[in-house]
Ligand binder design. Structure first.
Ligand code: FE2
Length: 279
């Protein structure tokens, strides 16, 4: 698998000096076929409704982070569709792979125009580190040695920067038994690095299709709704939630503070098929 670890770093100027504005769009689960549905919900329709809402934000984001499970079927068609869509939004867009993705196909199709495969961003007083926790053909995640080394090096090299660390799989339990068996397997190794560096302000992920926001020892641990189907918080077994698709907005201030809200769309008609017991 190829990585962009050595293309350090990508400089992006925030639109205002005192704040970096980011949007996270996650788990879009796009299919090759435009009519592709997940649990009865057309994932392109909900993704487009979510992105249209992002475009109506009062303040234009400096960057968009697409945090894995971008495609349901890892197809070139799905990635080409996403690349075109992100490019058209005119927001610099960056991505990581999830368990449904293929990182090599993503490198091939999601690296053009405003869509970049870069994994390390310098933005004002902040750095954003994008990690690949995907393992081909596995649902759970793991950070291999080169990813852990990349994290360690970035935090050390840019110790003057406030840091946002981004990955697909949850590195802390979210309180849902079935999901917590398919999180980040080597979360202890990851958390040891996070705890060692006091410049880490937040860790952000996808995968769990629900909102999560917890402060642990001065670090904010955050997950976000999917742009398609939601999972029910606290459920023992797989369970689809009736909450609307959404995304997360993050303001990263120059003093290290973070302001973050989840926005959900309300202008989409759909019926979730609750009889389906997996995804
Ligand atoms: Fe997902």
């Amino acid at each position: 698998m190829s990585t962009n670890i050595e293309t350090l770093p990508l400089n992006l100027s925030p639109s205002r000096l005192d704040v970096v504005r980011l949007v996270q769009v996650t788990d879009s689960h796009i299919f090759a076929e435009p009519e592709g549905c997940l649990l009865g919900l057309n994932t392109r329709t909900s993704f487009e409704a979510v992105c249209a809402r992002v475009e109506r934000e009062e303040w234009r984001p400096d960057a968009l982070l697409a945090t894995g499970d971008l495609a349901q079927d890892a197809s070139p068609e799905a990635y080409k569709y996403l690349a075109d869509y992100f490019h058209k939004m005119e927001i610099p867009s960056f991505w990581i792979a999830g368990n449904h993705d293929n990182p090599d196909a993503m490198e091939m199709y999601l690296s053009n125009g405003r869509v970049s495969a870069a994994k390390h961003l310098l933005m004002g007083h902040w750095q954003v580190i994008l990690l690949d926790s995907s393992i081909l053909d596995k649902v759970h995640g793991e950070l291999n040695d080169s990813q852990l080394e990349f994290l360690e090096k970035s935090l050390t090299r840019h110790k003057d920067k406030h840091s946002l660390v981004v990955l697909h799989h949850q590195p802390v339990e979210v309180g849902s038994e079935w999901l917590d068996t398919i999180g980040l397997k080597n979360h202890q190794a990851f958390r040891r690095i996070i705890e060692k560096h006091n410049n880490v302000k937040a860790v952000l992920w996808g995968h769990v299709h629900q909102e999560f926001n917890k402060m642990i020892d001065g670090v904010r641990w955050i997950a976000s709704p999917s742009s398609c189907v939601q999972f029910t918080p606290g459920s023992k077994d797989f369970s689809a939630d009736s909450k609307a698709p959404g995304y997360r907005y993050l303001n990263l201030y120059s003093d290290g503070r973070i302001e973050s809200v989840v926005h959900r769309i309300d202008n989409i008609e759909y019926t979730i098929d609750y009889t389906i017991k997996g995804y």
